[in-house]
Design a protein around this ligand. Structure first.
Ligand SMILES: [Fe+2]
Length: 199
């Protein structure tokens, strides 16, 4: 099985981030049980928005992973998790997510799943939840993070957001886009569902 060099560079950048950024390593050490897979590329418009985006400002700690996720965008299997939910075509065409480790990614692990999420400016990701515990690390740009029972926060490169099992959370971009590295542990076979209104 031959995995494209862009995927390998991305995996290496993720491993380095887990080694160097305590919030990632503490959530889940980089897995040693990786099994290669061959994801069929699936393109959505958000992939092109990401590649063209010049607004994902980053610092030294997150720039390599930001750039590696962007380089894989043209060959990634972009997800359409919320198709059929009534979330609307604007969200479906502009919200981007693909998997590095897990279903649709280039590797599988029994320990965790790893994704990238990308949102251009001016997009609202409605409240949703899932059984898996989740750790976001902002890689580029910024977004307002909303979590049930906690105050809203604008997070920027290097900032993290933890979501407990089934804790509703939402996200919103304003003038800037955002890219985040997303880790799941415990129960990562179950997809997220929209939560409805959360007050
Ligand atoms: Fe989530």
């Amino acid at each position: 099985m031959s995995i494209d060099a862009r995927w390998r560079t991305l995996l290496s950048a993720a491993r380095t981030a887990h080694d160097r950024i305590p919030a990632l390593g503490n959530f889940c050490p980089f897995p040693e049980d990786l099994r290669p897979a061959e994801p069929a590329p699936h393109h959505i418009p958000a992939s092109d928005l990401l590649v063209a985006d010049r607004g994902l400002y980053a610092g030294d700690a997150t720039r390599p992973l930001r750039d590696a996720f962007t380089a894989v965008a043209p060959i990634a299997q972009w997800r359409e998790t919320y198709r059929g939910t009534g979330i609307g075509e604007d969200f479906l065409s502009r919200f981007g997510c693909y998997c590095l480790i897990g279903q649709g990614g280039a590797w599988r692990s029994g320990r965790m799943a790893a994704y990238v999420v990308y949102m251009p400016p001016g997009l609202h990701y409605p409240w949703h939840h899932h059984p898996a515990e989740e750790q976001y690390l902002v890689l580029g740009g910024e977004a307002r993070f909303m979590r049930g029972g906690e105050p809203d926060e604008v997070l920027r490169p290097g900032d993290v957001s933890f979501h407990a099992s089934n804790q509703p959370h939402a996200m919103e971009t304003g003038d800037h886009p955002v890219m985040a590295y997303v880790l799941w542990r415990n129960g990562f076979q179950t997809a997220p569902v929209l939560s409805g209104d959360v007050t």
